[in-house]
Every structure is written in C-alpha cells, then in structure tokens.
Design a protein around this ligand. Sequence first.
Ligand SMILES: Nc1ncnc2c1ncn2[C@@H]1O[C@H](COP(=O)(O)OP(=O)(O)OP(=O)(O)O)[C@@H](O)[C@H]1O
Length: 609
Amino acid sequence: MSISDIHSQTGMNTRSIGWPQVAFGVLLASLLLIPLGIDNAFVSHVFITICLFAALSTAWNIVGGFAGQLSLGHAVFYGIGGYAGVILFNLGVTPWIGMFVGAAVAAVVGMVISYPCFRLKGPFYTLASIAFLEVIRVLSLHFKDMTGGATGMMIDLRLGWTWMVFRERWPSLLIVFGMLLVTLGVAWAIRRSRLGFYLVATRERESAARAAGVRTVRVRLIAVAISSALCAMLGTFHAMYLTYIEPAAMFSLAFSIQIAMFALIGGIGTVAGPLLGAALLVPITEWARASLGASALGLHGFVYGIVLIAFVLFMPNGIMGAIRRFARSGGKAAVEPAQTETGPIVAPAHTVAAPDPDRPGIGQDILKVENLNKRFGGLHVTRDVNFTLREGEVLGLIGPNGAGKTTLFNMISGFLTPDEGKVSLRGVDGQFHQPTNPADFAALGMGRTFQIVQPFAAMTVEENIMVGAFYRHHDERDAREAARETAWRMGLGPLLNAEARGLTIGGLKRLEVARVMAMQPRVLLLDEVMAGINQTDVRRAIDLMLSIRDTGVSIIAIEHVMQAVMSLSDRVIVLASGEVIAEGRPQDVVRDPHVVEAYLGKEFAHAHA
Ligand SMILES: Nc1ncnc2c1ncn2[C@@H]1O[C@H](COP(=O)(O)OP(=O)(O)OP(=O)(O)O)[C@@H](O)[C@H]1O
C-alpha cells in the first residue's frame, strides 16, 4: 500500500497490497483458525462473539460511518431479525429463510424510520434513533402473542444445519465467520462504489453533494436499507445461537451503543475499523465477565467506558487513524499541498477579453430567468429579475454586497424556490424545462460552485473530483480516470492524493471548479471563485475560466475582482438591492452612472459627473 493511498481517509484508492492489508488478512484468518485449532467451548464462544460484533459494527458503519448518521438505535434491526427468525422457526420455517424475511422487514422499517429523521442533524438524529428503539421495544412487550412479551421466546429444539442450531460451537463459528466476510465484502464494495462516494460526500457537505447531482436522501435510504438488512440477518443468527430471545436483550440501547462503539474505537468510516474495535474489546470483556462472573455484572460497560475515554483522548481517529499515521511516518512523505500547488497555467494572463479564433460562437438561449422574486420575511431580496444566458456566453453578475446575487444563484440552481417567477433551462433535447431541485438542475447540465468553498474535507483531491465525475461515469475506474484528467487540466495534477483539507484557499477554489467540471456541465455558475486568492491565483483562475469558456460551456460568474469581470465577460448584469440596474458590455456597464452610484454612493457619482 502506497503512502498516498494510506493518506486517504477513505482508503478508496487502494490498489496495491501492503502490510496493512496483509495484517488485516492475518487477523481475519485467525478469527477462524485459532478457535478451530484450540477447540475449546469458551474460546469458540469468544471468537463467535467477536465475529458477530465485528459484523454488526461493520453494518452499522455503513450508516453511522460512511453516511455520518450516528444511529444509536441499530438494535431495532438486530431485534427484528431475531424475532423474525424465531417466530418463523417455531412455525417450521428454516432460519436460512427467516433471516431474509427479517432482513426485508428491517430494511423497510429502517427506511420508514429514517426518512423523516434525515431532516434532523447531529445529536437530534441520534436521539430520534434511540426514541424509535424504545418505541419498538415497548411494542414488542405489548404484543405478547407474537413476541412472548417480557418473558421472551424459546426456540423449539431442532438441531442441524437446516435449523442453524448445533450442540458444538464450530458450525456456528463457520456461519458467523461467513456472515462477517459477506458484511465486510458489502462494506468494501460500497466504499469503492459510486454509492460510497456519494455517502461520504453527503456526510461531508450536503449542499455540495446536492450540487454535484447527488440525491442525498435516496443514497442515505439505500445505505439504511443495506445496513438494517445485514443487522437483521445477524440478529437471526444470534437468536439461533442463544436459542432464547427477549425484548430487553434484543432491543437494547446498551447493545446499540456497543455496536457503534466498536466502529468508533476501530476507526469510524473505514472498512477495517469495526473489526479492529471488536477484536480488541470483545476478548477483554468476555474474559473479565468469565473470570469475575456474577460479582462483576455490567463490568463490560465499565471497560468499554474506560477504553472509549482513552481513545477519545489519545487516538480520536481510532485504531485505523493510528495505523495510517504510523504507515505515513514510516514511508515516503505525503505530498505537501502548499509546496506543490502549482500547476500548468493554461494560457498567459489576460487583462482584456482576448478574441480566441477557436472559441465556439455564442448560440441560442440556454437559460431563461423570468420575474424572479424572493423575500426573506420583510426583506425583498430579488425583485422581478429577468435575464437570459446564451450558449457559450460568459455573463458577469456584479453588484454591491447584499445585492442578492447569491440568492439569485440559489434560485437558478434549485437550492431556493422563488416566491414568484420561473427559471427555464434548455435540455439536450432542445426543450426548455423548469427543474425544481438541485439534482434535476444537475440532470439538465447545471453545475455550480459556492461562495464559501465546500470541499469534502476527508477526501483526497482525486476523490473530491470523482464525486463530480461519477455523475457521468458509473464505473469507479472510469470516474477515477475522468477525475485525473480533469485535475491535470485544472492544474491540480500534482495534488491528486492530497487531502482536500490541506489545500490553500486558491487550491480549494480550483478544486470546486474541477469537481463541477468533472460533471461536464453545459451551464456553469461560479460564485466568487476569485475572492480571497492572491494575484497569481487570480491570473491563473482567469486563464482557467477562459479555457472552460472555449469548450463551449455557458458561464454566469458572480465576481468582485474587476480584472476578471472585464477579462471574461461577454455581457455584464448589475444587481443592486435585488434589482437589475444595468446590463450590457463590460466596458459600457462600468461607466454607467447608476452602477457607479450603486457601488460608490451618490456623492461620488455626482462629484465625477
Ligand atoms: N436565508 C436567508 N434568510 C434571511 N436573509 C437572507 C438569507 N440569505 C440571504 N439573506 C439576505 O439577503 C440579502 C442578499 O444576500 P445575498 O447573499 O444574496 O447577497 P450577495 O449579493 O450575494 O452578497 P455578497 O456579495 O456579500 O455575497 C442580504 O441582506 C442577506 O443578509
């Protein structure tokens, strides 16, 4: 494994096999071989418990880690699987079928519960997940006829592979080890796939993900469905292993916290973390429980608490974070963004718009904005704004601070709904459409950047751009290829493996543009991409814009840097107090007395009249 691969928080660009993978393989194999070799009932029980918790935690991590939805109610799905398995078992249905029935029920319940909760952020989502867990536990106590109520349910005694119940431990070990492999395989495949990238992007910056065409609710619902189904299948297995279930154990908050904690300690959001967390903690607590017995009831909670505090203090990124740091310090130095952030300048700097003989001509209307009005309470932010954008045109949008420019952008990219008026975008079919949300705007070819840069901080530069590239390429390799090509074109080639959080402001601005360019937009909205960057970067950004313009993309650029407005714009619109006060060629607009007055005040305008 190369250093740059380890450098990635996501570990998605792993190509070669290095010592971390070998160590992980050895750990995985030992979970099966040690208990089979020792052949002791207690040892086998400990290893079965490790595999079970590692698999549950890996399944939890798809929602809690990849999607960043910190659920503490995942025992709901485990419990549903357990009850489905036992109820069907007692009706004569094999748990091999029961586990799929439980998985289907859990997936539906998971999506129904999560859909309204996705509106809740941070701790509120977590609290809601706990509340649902309690509701389901109380319901399972209430419906005694089906669940056995507080006394629980035993399974009828039927042994053998068909019934997943055995006298010896090794068949259960084989089954749970197989389930662990499947769960790890699913998590690994998701992490490398478009879904995985979209989940992490949504977790990192939801609005940037939406601008990249990600249907954020849908991808999180898919993650919940997969995670719930896997937990339910493991719940069925565990019910067969225990042969007895009861609501307090199956729908337990402490159990949910345990599942989440293994991932937190191992490395949340990584594929290997949950297994490492379970492999570290389960043996300690099982050993303590066995040796201290009833005299130390609840001791495992104490042990978990101590370990968790130690990790929060000394290893906040979990075991995987420490492994990454260790691997990094032992190898080549990671790319230092600040030192390498140069990149080919596409063309020499311009101060006035240069007529490019190869530039595609300006075509027909591609975007029509009609009578847009928006109010925030008593503040009328845009008033009857009308304009059009033509194919291949660069339209500069200028105006003093607070004029309503960003609000206008939000309305013409689906992030805000206008109070009145409409926005029509011409699709590739030649027809005008009126999309209403960012994903539909993106589907018609609209790409946008944000005034305050919104990088997916935990991803590398390459992975950030891949989120955009996935819009056109469903295959991971194609998206990576397209992202690399875009990165080099945008002057970010040397930084492909650098984490986005390490870039300078100029680099971040370029990264935003690269991510949106990887979507191959037909209309590009650039919100102050030159704000806060140095003179060299401004020149570089102007050249970049000119090269984008020359590919035929229509651009609307909000910009305060007049050098850029004059160099780039074919036409300029001036917004002041939410109204369009001037429109025309850049050199005419800047001389317009209304524009001078809007920017510099009446006194200045009159003094120079
Ligand atoms: N969500 C909101 N709720 C209430 N007021 C808002 C909201 N968004 C923007 N505003 C207000 O609307 C006005 C226009 O804001 P907007 O960000 O669109 O201006 P702008 O022209 O982009 O300004 P700047 O150049 O400073 O970014 C401002 O007075 C701002 O405070």
